[in-house]
Design a protein around this ligand. Structure first.
Ligand code: ADP
Ligand code: MG
Length: 697
């Protein structure tokens, strides 16, 4: 059934065909409904008028009323600028144009009143605004005072004089036209409980606010709505899953007791014990486990995984562990093999480079149940790999594997899906994790094993280059190895590669007595692997590389990480890179090299790195600086489709929204109670909309 919100925008007074076409193309706005949901991303306060004497150069923008006293063209041919002296009757300042000089020269009227808006800056004791917004003001009407919502626009729209103010005009027409049809999408009791404005008010306050307070009310209400529906969808997914898939029950502890008594090489940390308990709870529950374990590099996830494997094996099942690269799979294999051998368990490694004979043996051993643990790369996903009874899958480094791959592992045991344990070394704040991985339960190993020496992190400028090299020489002389990492991004690939090769040559020249490796993304995987292995074996002492050095690669003797152009890396990325040192007994160092001139953001990133080694804390700061869209993994997930809410800044609203969504779904999973009608109706509207979208795309 068509509703007024499906009306094509060309029918709105003031838009018409050609503009409608532009809005379709540039902003994806086709209907009245789309227009309503084109939210402003900030507001300009045009309620206040400043006196020139009140200006400071830290003000982001100011609005002033005054007269143009004089206009003057300054500078030679081709480079001229227009400078107008502007006075509010008490003091004066300058308005400056570098573009549109002749146009403004023509239209500016000396002695007339103007309303001026822009960012003031201070030069030689005089305030000026470059390219101000300027509007003639006739004193026969009252001073306009308003909040201007600012909308995303494109150059093409601006060329056709479609500005934020144009949107405001359209909303003045549109809102009265549709207001009677705006459905309330939240139940009455939630509006009351949290003092949220109605949906209709929210649209008015968002697009036509009369005060900052109205705009705040609109934002709070709409953010709540977004997060609430986001959580309703996620939680209903996970409730469905929990009800639908039974799992094998593992509760025998014979193997485990033997391992604890005779072979456990160290005491587990409190966090490891807690996470193991959480996992055991799942393994005993009779439901299939889908759990994410977050923990910094070095927090000891491997042994946790192994202990859980023992539960599965004791219960007569098999376990497998999958890693994203061959080098990581090998590393896991050799670590786990020590434990497995001690308990006389059969463990095998399957990767792309396993020989045909090995493969056949492995396939056979898995079917007969002779092999207890399989470690491998993507190779384990192949259809020929079949188990007698797969009971537990461990996936290391979550963000490299998608949901589809997890599903493939599920299919390896059709009788009862295997329990899934996903491990990630890029911890993200719990609230974000709950949203991103709504289909996984979450455990956190938020404590490092004792006795680990903190990595010393320092921030150095280019001017200290020689001192840094001197320090590197000392460490090399002690027999240590060093990583030197360069940024490489697609947009500036050529220049980045040049910097990398220049850096490599400089280092070879500065450290002639040492062997230097180089590894970058343009190399063939085989060559990369070969070079990594050389470094790992200690045949080379310095590794010059882009970020390709794998997460989790273990070279205990590498104790110094130099990050070049550190300002070009995100915070979480810097933390990941640093995690590649600090794996041995020696004191480790991380040196962040940057330009002298830094933005406030960059300074914050460097400071955070220097002061903290806690991945949970670092990702929280990262989230605050960048917003969730940029965090690794979030782009692909498709779960975070938020227009207003920011998962870093709106944690409080998210918590409440999640709690309410949870309570409602537990009480009324089908949302059939009368007080939940608004929710059910809105969900079916969202569903229809995404259905029609999937037909289009
Ligand atoms: P992660 O995979 O979480 O990065 P690992 O499982 O590789 O970390 O563990 C890092 C190192 O710490 C390994 O050498 C491991 O044997 C050791 N380790 C793990 N847990 C403990 C513990 N409780 N006490 C001491 N050392 C531990
Ligand atoms: Mg690991």
């Amino acid at each position: 059934m068509a509703s007024i919100f499906d009306t094509k925008i060309e029918y709105l007074k003031g838009i018409g065909g050609p503009r409608a076409e532009l809005l379709n193309k540039e902003l994806g706005i086709f209907t009245y409904g789309d227009l309503l949901e084109h939210y402003p991303f900030r507001y300009e306060d045009r309620t206040r008028f400043y006196k020139i004497s009140e200006l400071t150069d830290t003000l982001p923008a100011a609005q002033l009323l005054g007269k143009i006293k004089s206009v003057e063209l300054v500078g030679g041919k081709g480079k001229s600028r227009l400078v107008a002296t502007f006075s509010d009757g008490v003091a004066s300042m300058e308005l400056v144009w570098f573009q549109g000089v002749s146009y403004f020269h023509k239209i500016l009227q000396i002695g007339a009143n103007y309303i001026v808006y822009g960012k003031p800056s201070l030069f030689g004791g005089i305030f000026s605004i470059q390219h101000p917004e300027i509007e003639l003001y006739k004193s026969d009407r009252p001073l306009p005072k308003y909040f201007q919502p600012i909308y995303h626009l494109t150059d093409k729209l601006r060329k056709k004089f479609i500005e934020s103010k144009t949107f405001t005009q359209w909303f003045r027409t549109l809102l009265p036209l549709v207001q009677e049809h705006i459905h309330e999408t939240l139940p009455e009791f939630l509006l009351k409980k949290y003092k949220l404005v109605s949906k209709k008010e929210a649209y008015y306050y968002l697009h036509l606010p009369r005060s900052p307070l109205e705009q705040l009310h609109a934002n709070r209400r709409l953010k709540f709505e977004e997060l609430f529906y986001n959580q309703i969808k996620l939680i209903s997914l996970s409730l469905v899953r929990k009800n639908e898939y039974p799992g094998q029950v593992f509760n025998k502890t014979t193997l485990l007791t033997k391992f604890y008594q005779d072979h456990l090489p160290f005491d587990l940390t409190g966090a490891q014990k807690r996470v193991i308990r959480e996992i055991f709870g799942d393994l005993k529950s009779g439901r299939q486990m889908n759990r994410l374990v977050q923990g910094d590099v070095g927090s000891g996830k491997t042994i946790v995984a192994f202990i859980c494997m023992l539960m599965a094996i004791d219960g007569g099942a098999q376990a497998c562990m999958m890693a994203p690269t061959e080098i990581l799979a090998q590393q896991h294999f050799s670590n786990l093999k020590k434990f497995a051998d001690a308990l006389e368990l059969e463990i095998r490694l399957l990767t792309g480079s396993s020989t045909k004979k090995e493969r056949e043996e492995i396939h056979q051993g898995l079917i007969t149940g002779q092999i207890h643990i399989l470690v491998g790369t993507h190779a384990v996903l192949e259809d020929v790999v079949q188990f007698q009874n797969l009971g537990l899958c461990v996936i290391d480094e979550q963000h490299r594997f998608g949901v589809a791959q997890r599903a493939k592992l599920w299919e390896k045991n059709k009788k009862l899906y295997p329990h899934m344990l996903v491990m990630t070394a890029t911890p993200i704040p719990r609230t974000l994790a709950m949203t991103l991985y709504g289909d996984l339960d979450i455990s956190e190993i938020d404590e490092l094993p004792p006795g680990r020496k903190p990595i010393k992190t320092v921030h150095r400028f280019e001017s200290s280059r020689l001192a840094v090299w001197g320090f590197m020489k000392e460490e090399l002389a002690k027999g240590r190895q060093i990583y030197v990492v360069f940024p490489l991004i697609e947009e500036s690939e050529k220049l980045d590669l040049k910097n990398l090769f220049d850096g490599y040559e400089n280092i070879r020249a500065a450290f002639p007595e040492f062997a230097v490796s180089i590894v970058h993304g343009k190399m063939k995987p085989k060559d990369k692997e070969y070079e990594m292995q050389r470094f790992k074996k200690g045949e080379t002492q310095i590794m010059v590389a882009t970020t390709v050095i794998e997460v989790g690669v273990d070279v205990p003797n590498a104790s110094v990480m130099v990050i070049e152009s550190a300002h070009r890396f995100g915070l979480s990325q810097l933390h990941q890179l640093r995690g590649r040192v600090g794996r041995g007994a020696e004191q480790s160092y991380c040196i962040l090299m940057t330009d002298y001139k830094l933005s406030a953001d960059t300074r914050k990133r460097m400071e955070t790195m220097v002061e903290s080694e806690n991945g949970f804390y670092i990702s929280k700061v990262d989230l605050e600086l960048r917003g969730p869209g940029d965090l690794s993994g979030t782009q692909q997930s498709g779960l975070v489709d938020l227009k207003l809410a920011n998962l870093a800044k709106d944690e409080e609203i998210l918590k409440i929204a999640r709690e309410e969504a949870f309570t409602i779904l537990q009480m009324d999973p089908s949302l059939s109670m009368p007080e939940h009608k608004a929710i059910q109706m809105h969900l079916s509207r969202i569903r229809n909309k995404s259905l029609s979208w999937s037909k289009i795309s």
